[in-house]
Design a protein around this ligand. Structure first.
Ligand code: ADP
Length: 278
């Protein structure tokens, strides 16, 4: 379980990005982190993997404090946290397989990684992950030959190759079209469920968050202003998080189960409303 207790971050500029944020994420839970730009979502994710040092407060993973760690202790704890990035962060000139195996870099010795000699079990796991993310047979392709959706699939496989205890995901669909975005979110959610892996997904698309997260946390001006199931995200709550707006077009179609081969663009509002809005 991930636990944050009164985590506060004030940047040197004086910006208060997080104000005494407390929350717990139990095993297997996929959390969508939503809120307007500047609300503190990235800062929260960065405080957890310690790319940003919290000004005060405590963060722990499975009972071990993450705050205050340095050097090899910090590296050891970072290995327990998988990251998926908006821009995939792949090494373009390396193959898909080499990118996935780089998820093991924190584990294998320096010489082994230099010679790219990974243990057979790591390679086997990487093949299994590539199959699971829908890239079976593509292991020898270079990363720069892939589409955006395929790159993000490699990013997911790389994060899971690390066998993390927690997954942090930063705007995974920001560079993807709507259909691919849904496929990627479905994949992340499914793989987390299969592994009982908790995840925090920083996502600005409220529809995606609502469809693919078990729980939503709404941040506004560095504070948690909503914490609940996707169903509880009413128009009033959206106004609390984002400010006043006409939210009717965000209403999801009740009970619409996702099919694997869904249409590329799914209307977000009844046709009459869409026509009326134009
Ligand atoms: P979000 O991810 O929700 O858009 P951020 O965490 O990026 O929000 O930003 C929260 C607040 O902290 C904003 O006011 C932003 O200007 C400020 N901030 C973010 N990063 C820095 C930084 N490196 N230095 C100073 N202020 C920052």
């Amino acid at each position: 379980m991930l636990k944050l207790e009164k985590v506060t971050k004030t940047y040197k500029t004086g910006d208060l990005a997080l104000n005494a944020v407390s929350l717990e994420v139990p095993a297997g839970q996929v959390v969508g982190l939503i809120g307007p730009s500047g609300a503190g979502k990235s800062t929260l994710i960065r405080c957890i993997n310690r790319l940003v040092e919290p000004t005060s407060g405590e963060i722990s993973l499975a009972g071990e404090s993450l705050t205050g760690l340095k050097g090899s202790d910090l590296r050891r704890v970072r290995r327990r946290i998988g990251m998926i990035f908006q821009e995939y962060a792949l090494v373009e000139r390396l193959t898909v397989m080499e990118n996935v195996l780089s998820g093991r870099l924190g584990y294998v010795s320096y010489w082994r990684s230099l010679l790219r000699r990974y243990p057979a079990a790591d390679v086997q796991q990487a093949f299994a992950l590539l199959e699971r993310v829908g890239l079976a047979g593509r292991h020898d392709k270079r990363a720069d030959e892939l589409s955006g959706g395929q790159r993000q699939r490699v990013g997911i496989a790389r994060a899971l190759e690390q066998n993390p205890e927690l997954l942090l995901v930063d705007e995974p669909t920001a560079s993807l079209d709507p259909k691919t975005s849904r496929q990627i979110m479905r994949l992340i959610q499914g793989m987390c469920r299969e592994r009982g892996l908790p995840a925090i997904i920083n996502i600005h698309d409220v529809m995606l968050a609502r469809n693919f997260a078990d729980r939503l946390i709404g941040l506004r001006a560095g504070e948690v202003v909503f914490d609940g199931p996707p169903d509880a995200l009413t128009d009033e709550v959206l106004t609390t998080i984002y400010g006043a707006e006409d939210w009717t077009q965000l209403n999801p179609e009740e009970g619409a189960e996702e099919a694997a081969d869904e249409p590329a663009v799914r209307p977000q509002a009844p046709r009459e409303q869409m026509v009326a809005a134009t």
